[in-house]
Design a protein around this ligand. Structure first.
Ligand SMILES: [Zn+2]
Length: 480
């Protein structure tokens, strides 16, 4: 890929010719007062348990509400509410001139469960160690919640007057639970969150390899999330008299057929653009394979080699994987029941029911019933027919300033439109007609993604860069 470095400025837009990005500010770390503010918010959020099992999103919402009130935001511009007292969402409106329609920023406050015994440190203690911040939510996504709150407070303190309203919605139950906050706000208080477009930092960001930035991904498309229950029932009996018709064996054999199956290779406008840009960064076999895969017809051997990379595989295919298993009722009894959860991430253009039918075909055992499990955990004999939404258009008002700033923060790194393998709350905003861009400004080593995992952590440097990026970016896009 071509690079043009001129002093600190480097415009890496692959579409535009090399030029000085004269309007872009220089990247400098935040001042110490901002660092202190951001760190305090980050620590506070991490140390408020917001898991679905025992935590409270409301506690986190209220803590942030207090910060906005203390900073002088009018109470009438702050809304706190939700379907029950543990799942209250916070919506803050930062008033602008009204020259343009508002921009919405969404961030989920809830986190995935974390067990103390699995972790090296207490997941609900904010630990600074060896250049990292540790704690549940440091990657997903209390880092960006803290950054957005910090940015709003910082701009407000400086008396910055944006050319439109900025709306921040901090919400419940993205990771699980029955009270998704974005969905709830759109249904119950659409006026509070109505906007021309939205940013969701729950995805996108800068991929690092050995400290070097490879790509700056903006997710403009998402896969559709779906869970399926595979269940086998059987009369059972005494384990001293086994018979071939065994619920566990049926299920295990079916899962093995699923393991060996790959959903068809398929690209859309965004994922094709993704591989086209990526191929300019890759060399040797990967480069050749990407070209062979993008050719018509695509090369099957190249697809197979590239699919060995889990990230690329997820962009090229619908994926389904067994994630939970439950069977039997006693050590000395033949199992009367065996069940598995299969989690699928479905490419745009396909529906959950279509995938359920495909699972039935692949598993190929009438003894195994394939049910659909909805967001509330309810089991259904069939799945919804709605297809995953098409990709969002890449608006110049969003993309051009972003490319300029990325060139300053990560010189020479291409901004790559991407499709998220995981689903995010953007599924709700997109469906409500608010085009949503998943972009975090967080840089992370590709082999150190610990979201949902143990010892979740964020490099301190990544956090400070994110804090400063969002400040610069918000000023840029709302300065008229
Ligand atoms: Zn998340």
């Amino acid at each position: 890929m071509r690079r043009c470095i001129a002093g600190i400025f480097a415009l890496a837009s692959l579409a535009a010719p090399c030029a000085l990005a004269q309007t872009a500010p220089q990247w400098t770390p935040p001042d110490s007062a901002t660092k202190q503010l951001a760190l305090g918010i980050f620590r506070q959020l991490i140390e408020i348990n917001t898991t679905d099992s025992v935590g409270s999103v409301t506690a986190a919402s209220k803590a942030m509400q207090q910060r906005f009130l203390d900073a002088g935001f009018p109470a009438s511009d702050i809304y706190l509410g939700g379907p029950n007292d543990r799942k209250e969402n916070l919506v803050v409106r930062y008033r602008g001139t009204g020259a343009h329609p508002p921009i919405l920023f969404i961030g989920h406050l809830d986190v995935v469960e974390a067990r103390r015994e699995d972790w090296t440190t207490d997941p609900f203690q904010f630990v600074e160690k060896d250049g990292f911040f540790y704690g549940r939510g440091t990657q997903d996504m209390k880092d960006c919640d803290a950054i957005l709150v910090t940015t709003f407070l910082r701009l407000h303190k400086e008396g910055f007057h944006p050319d439109r309203d900025l709306i921040l919605a901090l919400t419940a139950d993205e990771e699980g639970g029955k009270s998704n906050g974005v969905d709830w706000l759109l249904k119950n208080h659409p006026d509070l969150v109505h906007a021309a477009f939205a940013f969701n930092p729950d995805g996108g960001g800068v991929d690092l390899q050995n400290g070097k930035a490879i790509t700056a991904d903006v997710d403009a498309s998402e896969k559709l999330y779906a869970d399926y229950q595979l269940i086998v029932t059987n009369p059972g009996g005494h384990s001293s008299l086994p018979v071939p018709d065994n619920a566990i064996y049926h299920l295990a054999d079916g899962l093995q057929r699923l393991q060996n199956y790959h959903f068809p290779f398929e690209l859309n406008a965004i994922t094709r653009a993704y591989f086209e840009k990526l191929s300019t960064m890759e060399q040797g076999q990967n480069d050749a394979d990407m070209h062979a895969m993008l050719a018509t017809p695509p090369d099957q051997a190249a697809i197979e080699r590239l699919s060995a990379n889990p990230e690329w595989n997820s962009v090229m295919h619908t994926t389904c994987v067994a994630t939970r298993l439950l069977a039997g009722h006693a050590n000395n009894a033949l199992p009367q029941m065996a069940q598995a959860n299969v989690n699928c991430r479905i490419l745009p253009g396909h529906s959950r029911e279509e995938v359920r039918q495909e699972l039935i075909r692949v598993i190929a055992d009438p003894k195994i019933t394939v049910n659909y499990v909805d967001n509330e955990g309810e089991i259904h004999p069939s799945a919804p027919d709605a297809k995953a939404l098409p990709p969002v258009a890449l608006q110049p008002a969003v993309m051009q300033p972003l490319e300029k700033l990325v060139a300053v923060y990560w010189p020479g790194t291409p901004v790559v439109p991407d499709m998220a393998a995981g689903a995010s709350d953007s599924v709700y905003t997109n469906a409500a007609g608010i085009p949503s861009y998943n972009w975090s400004a967080i840089e992370l080593e590709t082999n150190d993604v610990r979201a949902h995992g143990k010892d979740e952590r964020l490099p301190e440097a990544s956090f400070w860069k994110g804090v400063q990026f969002w400040y610069d970016y918000l000023r840029m896009i709302t300065s008229g």
